[in-house]
Design a protein around this ligand. Structure first.
Ligand SMILES: *Cc1c(COP(=O)(O)O)cnc(C)c1O
Ligand code: SF4
Length: 464
């Protein structure tokens, strides 16, 4: 029997999350491992870009390798993330003891210059119900509706490269989040083409179990039989595995997930992992095991980010570890054209090479992964490869998802450009734009998109 005293002791030794950010940086353990210059850079850059880290993530950092350590790069602002001009502007304000209001106004101005809303997300994808716009939802691809619960718009730690950074620094909270599960349900009832709901954030797993329960159970109700897959986009399995182990409502969470996973729908955890080190710790692997035993499928996605995972070895080792632990590698994304992109971006040609090098070293079980993929305005565009077309070097591209479903699976070409880092920098091969292949193929009766690639009629003829 446990005495009250030892019960108390156990309770105290349970890890409770402690956050460190700009506001309490001086209290952060390991601060003495950083130079005065590094601390200054963190203070300056975090006026503009999100910064929050917890004690578990601090423990994953190899402090002897700082600043090169990938987990440090993942969670700590670096001086070069701002342009020298922006950095100096903020540094001068801090030095002159400007008021918090002044600092914030200057930061806002810089944030606006960093393309805070990439890919027309705000304008194009907000659905409507009876003529009313539904904030907190996005419906871009036929099958999948994204839902941003209001209480899930923060994370257990912040990624320095986050493409939703504007939301985290408070620029779009109100417009992008929803409390209304009723409108979601009503919308879904009228959209029978939707099979997937993706609950995302921020990080929905930041929500207490009882709040998450409201959202999840609403999706199990009669009338929503066409919703076959419920997905939760989260980095919590990496950033705070104790969410599934020892948090006060961890057991209730696992029971809830088990309930959803046994409802006849797939419950997919769309887990965000950037580096194998996030999966090597013992709590990380125990959290994965608990999720799997609750019946969740765990699929893994990550952007390719310079300074963090821009080598084939990192991806190979990560995909192998994921596969061994029963996780499914899913997407390698190209880092979006927002925020500190200059610091993180990798040219598309290099991204494809990294993908290919890693992909060919893993077994078929890990080749469920697709990439590198750009989430651009017209859709998710895969860089399939580099080839020769009529004596010209080209990128072979393909839509994995498209606003216009006719384009999905259709290969198309762009002029090879070793420096290009995003779709908008690519040029079509001919003057007629990118997607002129679709009508041409349809006219030739080759509707099956993959045939056009595997049978290679267009491709081979043109390269002769
Ligand atoms: C990636 C994405 C999805 C999901 O696409 P899948 O290929 O089905 O994983 C849905 N909506 C948006 C806006 C996306 O970017
Ligand atoms: S966990 Fe996701 S939403 Fe949160 S900071 Fe990282 S990338 Fe952004």
């Amino acid at each position: 029997m446990t005495s009250p005293v030892s019960a108390l002791k156990t309770k105290e030794s349970l890890p409770r999350i402690h956050y460190y950010s700009r506001a309490n940086l001086e209290k952060m353990p390991c601060l003495d491992r950083l130079s005065a210059e590094q601390v200054h850079a963190i203070r300056v850059v975090s006026t503009v870009l999100p910064f929050k880290v917890n004690q578990y993530m601090l423990s994953l950092i190899d402090w002897n390798q700082v600043p090169r350590d990938p987990i440090f790069q993942l969670t700590f602002p670096q001086r070069a993330m701002l342009s020298p001009e922006h950095f100096d502007r903020m540094a001068n304000l801090l030095r002159s003891q400007a008021s918090p209001g002044e600092v914030q106004m200057a930061a806002r101005k810089i944030q606006k210059e960093l393309n805070p809303h990439p890919s027309g997300q705000m304008e194009h994808n907000v659905p409507t119900l009876d003529g009313q716009r539904l904030p907190g939802m996005q419906h871009k691809y036929q099958q999948t509706v994204l839902f941003f619960p209001a209480q899930g718009q923060t994370c257990h730690s912040y990624c320095t490269f986050c493409f939703r950074w504007a939301q985290l620094v408070g620029q779009e909270e109100v417009r992008f989040a929803s409390r209304q599960v009723e409108t979601l349900v009503e919308y879904l009832k009228r959209h029978r083409e939707v099979t997937d709901v993706l609950i995302t954030g921020g990080d929905p797993m930041i929500m207490p179990t009882r709040i998450l329960q409201g959202y999840l159970e609403a999706l199990l109700q009669p009338g929503l039989e066409h919703i076959q897959n419920i997905r939760i986009g989260t980095k919590s399995v990496s950033y705070w595995p104790y969410r599934y182990l020892t948090d006060p409502d961890a057991d209730e969470l696992l029971l809830l997930l088990d309930k959803v996973a046994s409802s006849g729908k797939q419950l997919a955890i769309m887990a965000h992992y950037n580096h194998y080190r996030e999966l090597e710790s013992e709590p990380a692997q125990r959290a994965v095991a608990r999720l799997r035993s609750a019946g969740c499928q765990i699929r893994c996605q990550s952007p390719l980010v310079r300074h963090i995972n821009d080598s084939p070895e990192v991806w190979e080792r990560m995909w192998k570890l994921q596969t061994r632990l029963g996780l499914v590698p899913y997407y390698m994304f190209v880092e979006r054209d927002t925020g500190p992109r200059n610091y993180f971006e990798v040219p598309l040609a290099r991204a494809h090479e990294i993908f290919r090098q890693a992909y060919r070293r893993v077994s078929g079980l890990a080749r469920t992964v697709r990439g590198p993929s750009m989430s651009a305005t017209p859709g998710k565009i895969l860089v399939e490869g580099v080839a020769e077309l009529g004596g010209q070097k080209v990128f072979v591209l393909k839509f994995l998802q498209a606003r216009d479903p006719n384009l999905v699976g259709q290969p198309f070409f762009a002029r090879f450009d070793p420096e290009a880092t995003w779709f908008d920098q690519l040029k079509p091969v001919s003057g007629e734009g990118f997607f002129n292949l679709a009508p041409a193929l349809a006219a030739a009766g080759q509707n099956a998109p993959y045939q056009a690639c595997e049978g290679q009629p267009l491709f081979a003829a043109a390269s002769r």
